[in-house]
Design a protein around this ligand. Structure first.
Ligand code: AMP
Length: 284
């Protein structure tokens, strides 16, 4: 496995693979890799000749500086996880190379960036869209893999790639969960024992709403209230939003569409968790 830090070098490595007709798959990450990331990397290596994993803690997507400072940096362990999952190249650029002092060209994301995370974290998706476009331009993959765990991020990336005509296939990968339903996240280790015990309430709320949707319920506020009521059964859980919206545009309407998603953000003490479930017509 090759570890590349330099921008000129990654271009060189990629062009050599391209010259011999290799299909390149790409998994962008911010490091602190767990089995969720490993699943993306495994899928990528099964479907491509070369798997490139980027590890870059992108400061432009943090709207709170202290979150950026606190973000776990575990590079040695990450390279082992990536290698074991089938990565061929790790691309870990320096911040000052990705964003030189005179950098001021940003990608303004479309409507999918407006609600939910976009409201709570101003500028977050502008940073995400900018770094993803930069990384796609450097790695030039045939397919790039993103977790459905960050459903809105996946929608923003799809909209950006489509709007800017970037020639890449974006593939969403199912969320990897603990046996009790909690979605894997680097934040989970920060949960207290009691918060960790209560945290599967998010998954229970998602399943309740999916069951109601599949039984024919389409009224958005009824579905959202179901989620809220379930989450109120655990006293540490403070819901930031529980929103049913269209899975592609992420816009809400009074009646849920046939291709919808429920997205939840909830706090347990000072730890903010997000999760979601797709709502698709099966029984109607
Ligand atoms: P991150 O480094 O946390 O920004 O995540 C890198 C990629 O891994 C993103 O596309 C995430 O959506 C994805 N990811 C994170 N957690 C999970 C999970 N539990 N299941 C599937 N994909 C995940």
């Amino acid at each position: 496995m090759l570890v590349v830090n330099d921008i000129a070098e990654i271009r060189n490595v990629i062009s050599q693979f391209r010259q011999v007709g290799r299909r390149i798959g790409f998994v962008p990450t911010m490091g602190a890799l767990h089995s969720g990331h490993a699943t993306l990397i495994k899928q990528c290596s099964e479907q491509n000749d070369v798997t490139v994993v980027s590890i870059f803690v992108n400061h432009t997507q943090f709207n709170v500086q202290s979150d950026f400072d606190k973000y776990p940096r575990t590079f040695e362990a990450d390279t082992e996880v990536a290698r074991a999952a089938g990565a061929d190249v790790i691309f870990a650029p320096a911040s000052h190379d990705m964003y030189p002092p005179d950098f001021r060209t940003f990608v303004e994301p479309g409507q999918s960036a407006d609600p939910m995370e976009g409201e709570g974290r101003p500028g977050h998706f502008r940073g995400v869209a900018t770094v993803v476009v930069k990384l796609l331009n450097l790695v030039q993959p045939d397919i790039a893999y993103f977790g459905k765990k960050d459903f809105q991020q996946l929608a923003v990336v799809r909209e950006t790639v489509e709007s800017l005509n970037i020639p890449v296939v974006i593939r969403g990968v199912d969320t990897v969960r603990e046996p009790d339903g909690l979605a894997l996240s680097s934040r989970n280790v920060r949960l207290s024992d009691e918060a960790r015990r209560q945290s599967p309430v998010i998954y229970r709320a998602l399943i309740k709403v999916r069951d109601a949707y599949e039984s024919g319920e389409r009224t958005t506020y009824v579905l959202e209230n179901l989620a809220m009521t379930e989450m109120q059964t655990e006293d540490l859980c403070r819901v930031e939003y529980a929103t049913v919206c269209d899975a592609r545009t992420l816009q809400s309407s009074e009646v849920a569409s046939d291709n919808a998603v429920l997205c939840i953000a909830a706090w347990f003490d000072d730890v903010r968790l997000i999760d979601n479930i797709e709502l698709t017509s099966t029984t109607k």
